[in-house]
Design a protein around this ligand. Structure first.
Ligand code: FEO
Length: 398
């Protein structure tokens, strides 16, 4: 049965929630589920903005038919071709064959690649407009947020922005579709940060470019492809995006990441964290073999300081730490202060190997010398760990 929501004059939310999905993009755990958003504008012309993932497509088609109320579908605007938004595209055209596809050249090529679609497309370029009655659709290109074909649509008459993946988040919608009707900071912010850094975090420069374009628009309603719709206090969330995309830390805090096999490296990491805390600064430990790497990524980007403690394993860095470091590199990790702790029973070298990963990043600054633990923490290495913790705390308090 249809369950769509009128979110503004002539504008319907048609999406749905998947709370059974285990891994978003086959990579990211989503214990709070995810929503796939689609919207229908019913002006003199009717306009569908994107479709949904197959998991919620039955509901989507019921919503679309209900919101159309017997009218024809005139346009389908495709902002982004990732299948969590385009999977139902071919079926939309089967049901509404007279609809005109409105999109850009890159999307048109992907429609061909994904669906063998070779039908007519109304191609748009940056800044092009399309009148649909009382309103005008204005197209804003947003390459690499999150794929190269991505574009937004802005409706100047209403101040509505359809922002594709930007401003989206993991987490199903609870009933309301509006950010101001949930406790976003408590219930969604961690997921929004994890979504941002893991999905589009690599492309900070491109996100900054599109935020500059958005700064020139009067925005009253933001309709992303995942998560709640923003109609109040959007400036608060926009500020998060400005911070995240500039690779600036969100908070002065130390994330202490450790890879430990028998507990000695954990002990070393906790001595550093405890020293930082006793000096009055914030620190939090993470076992990289327990916490999912997507959470580690989000936390590394949130904090101003990061500590990496790893045992030496197979003459290298412990496997889960190495995976995390590779993922950080892939997401353009930069602009942080870092410290190193290594362990090894006969040939410790995890520290210099980790240093190789981290020092290659832009604007990365090492604090103190790496501390080496030989098998178990000794009086001597404990002293070095405490000195390192003190140095980090002092730096955070500058
Ligand atoms: Fe939600 Fe890039 O797709």
């Amino acid at each position: 049965m249809h369950n769509c929501v009128r979110i503004a004059d002539d504008l319907f939310y048609l999406g749905g929630n998947d709370r059974r999905i285990a891994l978003f993009e086959s990579a990211y755990p989503v214990p709070r589920g995810v929503s796939y958003n689609s919207y229908l504008l019913t002006d003199e012309k009717t306009v569908l903005f994107d479709t949904v993932d197959l998991s919620v497509s039955d509901l989507f088609f019921e919503n679309l038919a209900y919101a159309l109320g017997g009218r024809a579908l005139d346009y389908i605007v495709v902002h982004h071709m990732e299948p969590d938004h385009s999977a139902a595209f071919a079926r939309v055209l089967e049901k509404y064959p007279s609809a005109t596809v409105v999109t850009n050249q890159k999307v048109a090529q992907m429609l061909k690649n994904y669906f063998g679609f070779a039908g007519e497309v109304r191609l748009v370029k940056e800044g092009d407009t399309l009148s649909v009655g009382k309103r005008t659709l204005s197209f804003v290109f947003a390459p690499m947020v999150h794929w190269p074909e991505v574009m937004f649509t802005y409706i100047p008459e209403d101040g509505t922005l359809f922002s594709a993946d930007a401003f989206g988040t993991f987490g199903a919608l609870p009933g309301s579709v509006f950010a101001d009707e949930v406790d976003f900071e408590r219930d969604y912010l961690d997921d929004a940060r994890r979504y941002y850094f893991n999905i589009v975090g690599k492309y900070g420069v491109q996100v900054q470019n599109v935020l500059k374009k958005a700064a020139g628009l009067e925005i009253k309603l933001v309709c992303p492809l995942h998560g709640p719709v923003w109609r109040k206090n959007f400036g608060w969330y926009l500020q998060k995006y400005l911070t995240w995309s500039a690779y600036e830390p969100e908070e002065k805090c130390a994330a202490v990441f450790y890879a430990s096999v028998y507990g000695h490296t954990q002990n070393a990491a906790e001595i550093v964290a405890s020293t930082i805390a006793q000096a009055g600064a914030k620190a939090k430990c993470y076992d990289v073999s327990v916490t999912h790497v997507s959470e580690l990524i989000a936390e590394a980007f949130r904090c101003s300081h990061v500590v990496f403690a790893s045992t030496t394993y197979n003459n290298g860095v412990f496997v889960n730490m190495e995976n995390f470091l590779n993922d950080l590199k892939a997401h353009n990790f930069q602009n942080r202060k870092y410290a190193l702790v290594e362990n090894g029973s006969w040939a410790p070298q995890a520290g210099s190997l980790m240093d190789g990963f981290l020092s290659a990043g832009k604007n990365m600054e090492k604090i103190g010398e790496k501390v080496t633990v030989l098998s178990a923490v000794s009086e001597g290495s404990a002293q070095s760990l405490r000195a390192l913790g003190k140095l980090i705390a002092e730096d955070m308090q500058k």
